[in-house]
Design a protein around this ligand. Structure first.
Ligand SMILES: Cc1ncc(COP(=O)(O)O)c(C=O)c1O
Length: 406
């Protein structure tokens, strides 16, 4: 690039990385567009179409001319429906003024960061983490404080881990449950133990519950705020319709929290996007108020795929993998596999292994390094069962080519 005075980029972007997961999905799409048969385990979205009754509500909105600006924080009916949804599922009551509808859950998290974090603040983020959390902190000038977790603890932050990470500069702790990328989910006891550590501090608790409807093996999702209602005045609960209703492209999420925080968030939003799309709000409203069978139907199908994915991965010698409690990802440890590969293959880490799988097996996976967990790969099972079988088969065969044992 030419080094001219006008070509500079704002310095606040120096430490911020573009989303690596979107980059891999884009690269796989590029290969596909070139006619190459790539199977993708990299996408972070359900492969199911948005249920028809939800699409019909959007069409009705257009036909009725519901195509103009709305209130910045969302139409009152939707805010009310979100409040009811939270109360029904988590047993905690929020008023419509304590809820902001945003352009997806990512936007809700961005607004939280922009409105509430300051330079010098520390944001505690358990690793493996969703790639966006540290970048949001940095965009707001705050410092991410990454807390490593271990597979032995099912990738969950223990109270002692949290205690060590807290300090006078801690502004917020991010809790993602069920987690992207590990699928780990905190149970009631674990949340209560974390709440006990946080109670004497002044840290905010930002809970990302976008995968709350997608849990398996009988696991029951619990929201931090319902386990620690006495801390409600510093919890920001983020959720949305993207994952549970297969509505990623509609861009509707929300954040519930204390009114003065929501007002600040809406000040940011009013100067950035204004309201989320009017038509998508009507669709999200329908998603929330209509019978919830479609959610359960998709959840059941994800559970079957999860089991299939796990079985196939564990059949690859050297792979270790926990059974996730929720979301639609598995996060296998490939470090033992990498260590035993033929040195001539020049694959020394998860990023090189992911590149090998894309080029050799035509399978797209995301390297764990992107989530702060080198040696791992993230595979999404939000894809058909035939793809899961075939993709794992290709991965296994491509590894045999570079395994000294053959
Ligand atoms: C943990 C987590 N939170 C939030 C989001 C973003 O959701 P949305 O598409 O509603 O912005 C994602 C999407 O991948 C995610 O994995």
């Amino acid at each position: 690039m030419t080094n001219t005075a006008y070509s500079r980029i704002a310095r606040r972007l120096d430490a911020v990385r573009p989303s690596p997961t979107l980059a891999i999905t884009a690269r796989a799409a590029e290969l596909k567009a070139a006619g190459i048969d790539v199977l993708s385990f990299s996408a972070g979205e359900p492969d199911f179409p948005t249920p028809e009754h939800i699409c019909a509500a959007a069409r009705r909105a257009i036909d009725e001319g519901f195509t103009k600006y709305t209130a910045v924080g969302g139409i009152p009916e939707l805010r009310k429906a979100i409040a009811t949804n939270i109360e029904t599922r988590f047993g905690v009551r929020y008023g419509p003024a304590e809820i902001a509808v945003t352009v997806g859950a990512k936007h809700a998290l961005f607004n939280v960061a922009y409105a509430l974090y300051e330079p010098g603040d520390e944001i505690v983020i358990p690793a493996p983490y969703w790639v966006t959390y540290p970048e949001h902190a940095r965009l707001a000038g705050a410092d991410p404080v990454v807390v490593p977790t271990a597979a032995e603890n099912r990738f969950k932050m223990r109270p002692a881990d949290l205690e060590r990470a807290l300090g006078p500069r801690t502004r917020a702790v991010i809790l993602s449950t069920p987690s992207n990328p590990t699928g780990a989910a905190y149970d009631e006891r674990e949340l209560a133990a974390l709440a006990e550590v946080l109670a004497p501090t002044s840290a905010l608790v930002v809970t990302d519950e976008i995968y709350a409807s997608l849990t398996y093996g009988g696991f029951r999702h619990r929201s931090f705020v319902s386990v620690a209602p006495q801390m409600k005045d510093r919890v920001l609960l983020v959720d949305g319709v993207s994952k549970s209703y297969a509505m990623t492209g509609w861009r509707i999420g929300w954040v519930a929290g204390p009114r003065h925080f929501i007002e600040a968030i809406l000040t940011v939003q009013s100067q950035a996007t204004s309201n989320p799309t009017s038509i998508a709000q009507r669709a999200a409203l329908e998603a929330l108020v209509a019978p919830q069978d479609c959610v359960e139907e998709m959840r059941r199908r994800f559970e079957v795929r999860r089991d299939l994915m796990l079985e196939g991965l564990l059949a690859i010698p050297g792979v270790r993998c926990l059974a996730p409690d929720g979301a639609f990802y598995v996060f296998p440890d490939f470090s033992e596999v990498i260590a035993k590969l033929d040195p001539a293959a020049r694959i020394g880490n998860d990023t090189e292994l992911a590149a090998y799988f894309l080029e050799e097996a035509r399978v797209a996976v995301v390297p764990g390094e992107a989530f702060g967990a080198p040696g791992h790969l993230r595979l999404s099972y939000a894809t058909g069962e035939a793809t899961i079988r075939e993709g794992l088969d290709r991965m296994r065969k491509s590894l045999q080519k570079i395994h000294p044992a053959g």
